[in-house]
Each structure stands twice: as structure tokens, then as C-alpha cells.
Ligand binder design. Structure first.
Ligand SMILES: *[C@@H]1O[C@H](CO)[C@@H](O)[C@H](O)[C@H]1NC(C)=O
Ligand SMILES: *[C@@H]1O[C@H](CO)[C@@H](O)[C@H](O)[C@H]1NC(C)=O
Ligand SMILES: *[C@@H]1O[C@H](CO)[C@@H](O)[C@H](O)[C@H]1NC(C)=O
Length: 179
């Protein structure tokens, strides 16, 4: 295999890998239709129940939509105490997109007095891709159809990459044989 051919195979693989990863960053909208609101009194765990069903990964984003409310990302201690006095992150624009840039837990609370205590808070655990592959994790979101098409996309793309790489290798092998 010549250097140029090796190079182009490498670039092709890289190109598809990059596409592959960008397809996988996923935006989660918090709270469905109502958005980021104080949960009903009989369902105060609604956000954490939802979050624990999802497999958040680095590069994913969460979108909070709300009116007359706010979003804070805080420490675990402040999360437990609903202490909104020194958040790591604060937004009250009504439409907040938060990037999950590292693995580990994120603690979100409402910054409005009393809301966090009523259950408007959420822990999001971001796992590494390796962990997800090993656990064979499922990915669920507000809309089941989005999940289905997402899963389909993943399989299809993987096959596409594999077949491209395979055909490339085959082509180069037969080319060198014929020389
Ligand atoms: C909470 O109460 C509402 C209205 O009474 C009811 O429709 C809903 O099913 C209840 N949710 C849970 C989780 O009990
Ligand atoms: C919140 O945290 C700050 C700083 O740690 C502390 O001074 C304050 O008393 C806390 N407030 C509550 C309500 O726990
Ligand atoms: C996460 O990364 C994005 C893109 O690089 C950047 O715009 C954003 O500010 C980062 N967010 C945090 C909370 O560091």
C-alpha cells in the first residue's frame, strides 16, 4: 500500500469517525411540554426518575425551557440543601442550553426561592462512551420516536463505516496484487 493510499484511507476513516461522533451528540429537553417547572406535589421525583433512565454522554446538551424561573448548576452540598447562594452556573433566559462537557454528576436546581424544595432539581450523570458500550445501555428521551430513529442511525452509520473501510482495504489489496 503506498503512502498516499494509506493516507487517504486514514483520512476517510477519520472523516467517518468524526461524523459518527457528531451524530451522537444528543439534546435532551427537560420536562417535556411543561418544561422546567415545579413538579406536581404527588410526583416530586419526576426529574430524577427521568434522568436516571437516560444515558448522558460527553458532548450531549440539556435544554431547559421555563417562564419566570431559572436554572443553576451547583455543588452536591448545595443541591442537597437547595442552597442557591453560589451556583457554578446560572441562567434565567427562559431557554437555557447546557453543555455536558465532562463525565460525572451534574446537579441542577431552580434558583427561585422554594422551587428546589418542591422537587425542581435534578442530577444528571454523564458516563463515558466505554461504560455505555459495556453496559449495553438504553437511551430514552421525551419522545420515543426520536430514540428509535437515533438507534437506527447508529447501526446504519456503523455499517456504513465498516463497509467503507472493508471495501477500501479490499480495493488496495487487489490493486497491489495486479501490479
Ligand atoms: C398525581 O395526581 C394527578 C391528579 O390528581 C394524577 O392525574 C396523577 O396520575 C398523579 N400522579 C402520580 C404519579 O400519582
Ligand atoms: C448556603 O451556602 C453559603 C456558603 O456556603 C452559606 O453561607 C449559607 O449559609 C448557605 N445557606 C443555607 C440556607 O444553607
Ligand atoms: C462546554 O463546551 C462548549 C463547546 O466547546 C462551550 O461552548 C461551553 O461553554 C462549555 N460549557 C461549560 C459549562 O464549560
Amino acid at each position: 500500500m503506498s503512502t498516499t493510499k494509506q493516507m487517504s484511507l486514514f483520512l476517510m476513516t477519520l472523516f467517518f469517525s468524526l461524523q459518527y461522533s457528531s451524530v451522537f451528540s444528543f439534546e435532551y429537553e427537560i420536562g417535556g411540554k411543561e418544561g422546567w417547572v415545579v413538579p406536581p406535589a404527588n410526583d416530586t421525583r419526576i426529574y430524577n426518575d427521568w434522568a436516571s433512565e437516560n444515558r448522558f454522554q460527553v458532548g450531549d446538551t440539556v435544554r431547559f425551557k421555563y417562564r419566570k424561573d431559572s436554572v443553576m448548576e451547583v455543588s452536591v452540598e448545595d443541591y442537597k440543601k437547595c442552597n442557591s447562594s453560589h451556583p457554578n452556573f446560572f441562567s434565567n433566559t427562559g431557554n437555557t442550553v447546557y453543555h455536558l462537557n465532562h463525565t460525572g454528576p451534574y446537579y441542577f436546581i431552580s434558583g427561585v426561592s422554594g422551587h428546589c424544595e418542591k422537587g425542581q432539581r435534578m442530577i444528571i450523570k454523564v458516563i463515558s462512551t466505554d461504560q455505555e458500550t459495556n453496559s449495553g445501555g438504553k437511551k430514552s428521551a421525551a419522545s420515543p420516536s426520536a430514540v428509535l430513529s437515533f438507534g437506527f442511525c447508529k447501526v446504519l452509520l456503523l455499517q456504513l463505516v465498516m463497509s467503507y473501510v472493508a471495501s477500501g482495504v479490499f480495493y488496495y489489496e487487489s490493486a497491489s496484487l495486479s501490479v
